[in-house]
Design a binder for this molecule. Structure first.
Ligand code: KIV
Ligand code: ZN
Length: 524
């Protein structure tokens, strides 16, 4: 079988494909699991952004992942949808089955090629791995025209063996060959040289697109990816906000904005509509509960803020003095005073569209509108950021089994602190009163009284959405059970209500995660 070449004229013209793996590698970061509805929402935004390939999951890992790959594959028409498979017939067949109804399916199969991984993880001899490359790619090509092959731990693989495997994968029908830096170990010059070496030594390399997949353990994932492009790679695998295993993957927004902003130094283009970057970042952060650090490049809250007087002065005279890209280019609208308690549903919908949410479901709009009205009653000024926090909060709650209804807390210096809580569990109203060591503890104890569980609280974090004492609080809670971690978020002007919402959100995620379990020897 020869490769169905994925190469087109755009490769020679310097077009770099963006392969987004937020829904697969990104989902492997601690606490970041997503349910089907959430994956579909993210996939819709990725498609709208113009991402070339969306890796939607790892079908053999769980029924949830299988369903996600199947549904994303069915709904997404403009992007290729990939499903991951180890180098076994069972994995590959499952991926093929999940992708059967997809408009543009891709099977992505991988096996470790480094001495360390082959000896200790796979316990296979190199010759057996080499044969598995041929067998796995051939099997995948029986099921799908578009096949990608990855050499896991590629950057720690012996060059001769890597060349042999890449050549064999292309010969067996892989149209894309990916050389991952699985453990985030390489550095830009070394990675550029590795990719250049493949172009020099693999005789059929021109038949495939060379892809790179970098982890960020040394903070070099984006730099390594860009260096590889300089050597001829034409696909970058990345995630929104850089989420992923351990320190994460290359951040898509950074890769795309670096190529756009420094086109003079790196004459390559992507098909990503950069105006959707902020929306995608917010959505992924809201859904996964993994908040973005304020100083994060491109999408951090401070990425376009100018604090020092000298910078502000220069910026006001000419924005380019301190701004190398505009906030508008990543879809960031300046926070403005928007609406008050007299604003109607129509104006609210128009505002949502302006903020990048033109097609929320009627239910989500109804919930958000009701909460906006409540907020406008409590808070003098309602800003765009307040509305965005409400939307994020509403979006993540659409499929919850347990829902927050109401909370009354008694607290203060004389104690005891007590919380009276009402939740809806599978549609049934349940109430409890509990006391604790402070109001947050009492609130969480009340949740435990209604829904008993043995789960550890690993993180409790609060930040304000806007300035002022009447600002909404966004609370993040991380829970852990048997090594599984989940993040939950909640927003409200009342910090304790936001805390209860966040805890309940995390609990809902844990229920979903209990159903998922990764198969053995999977460490991609
Ligand atoms: O990091 C890795 O090696 C991976 C592969 C499955 C592509 O995620
Ligand atoms: Zn990875």
């Amino acid at each position: 079988m020869s490769a169905v070449s994925n190469k087109t004229d755009m490769d020679t013209a310097g077009r770099v494909r963006i392969f987004d793996t937020t829904l697969r590698d990104g989902e492997q970061s601690p606490g970041c699991s997503m349910n089907l509805e959430e994956k579909l929402q993210v996939a819709a935004v990725l498609e709208e952004m113009g991402v070339d390939i969306i890796e939607a999951g790892f079908p053999i890992a769980s029924n949830g992942d299988f369903e996600a790959v199947r549904e994303v594959g069915r709904r997404v028409k403009d992007s290729t949808v990939a499903g991951l498979a180890r180098a076994t017939r069972k994995d590959i067949d499952r991926a093929g089955e999940a992708l059967r109804g997809a408009a543009r399916p891709r099977i992505h199969t991988f096996i470790s090629t480094s001495p360390l991984h082959m000896k200790f993880k796979l316990q296979m001899e190199p010759d057996a791995v080499y044969q598995a490359v041929i067998d796995s790619v051939s099997r995948a090509r029986d099921l799908c025209d578009d096949v990608e092959w990855s050499s896991e731990d590629g950057t720690r693989t012996e060059h001769d063996f890597l060349c042999r495997c890449v050549e064999a994968a292309i010969k067996a029908g892989a149209g894309t060959v990916n050389i991952p830096d699985t453990v985030g170990y390489t550095v830009p010059d070394e990675y550029r040289a590795l990719i250049a070496m493949l172009f020099e030594r693999v005789p059929n390399i021109d038949k495939a697109v060379v892809s790179v997949h970098c982890h960020n353990d040394l903070g070099l994932a984006v730099a390594n990816s860009l260096a590889a492009v300089g050597a001829g790679a034409r696909q970058i695998e990345c995630t929104i906000n850089g989420i992923g295993e351990r320190a994460g993957n290359a951040a898509m927004e950074e890769v795309v904005m670096a190529l756009r902003t420094r086109h003079d130094a790196m004459p390559y283009t992507t098909g990503v509509k950069t105006g959707s970057i902020t929306k995608a970042s917010r959505l992924v952060s809201a859904i996964t509960g993994c908040s973005v650090q304020p100083n994060k490049a491109v999408v951090g809250a401070n990425a376009f803020a100018h604090e020092s007087g000298i910078h502000q002065d220069g910026f006001l005279k000419n924005a380019q003095t301190y701004e190398i890209m505009t906030p508008e280019s990543v879809g960031l609208t300046r926070s403005t005073l928007v609406m008050g308690k007299h604003s109607g549903r129509h104006a609210f919908r128009a505002k949502l569209a302006e903020l990048g949410y033109p097609d929320l479901s009627d239910n989500a709009v109804q919930d958000a509108f009701q909460r906006f009205k409540d907020l406008a009653d409590q808070k003098k000024d309602v800003y765009d950021d307040d509305i965005l926090a409400l939307i994020d909060d509403t979006v993540v709650r659409q499929n919850d089994h347990i829902r927050f209804v109401s909370l009354q807390v008694a607290c203060g210096s004389t104690g005891p602190q007590t919380a009276e809580l009402e939740l809806e569990v599978e549609g049934e109203a349940k109430r409890a009163k509990a006391s604790g060591n402070g109001p947050v503890d009492a609130t969480f104890a009340a949740i435990k009284a209604i829904y008993p569980h043995e789960i550890r609280l690993r993180l409790y974090q609060v930040h304000a959405v806007t300035e002022g004492t009447d600002a909404q609080a966004v609370v993040t809670v991380r829970l852990e059970e048997d090594g599984r971690t989940v993040n939950g978020q909640g927003a409200d002007v009342d910090t304790l209500v936001a805390s209860a919402r966040a805890y309940v959100n995390a609990l809902n995620r844990l229920l979903v995660k209990r159903e998922k379990s990764a198969p053995a020897a999977f460490s991609a």
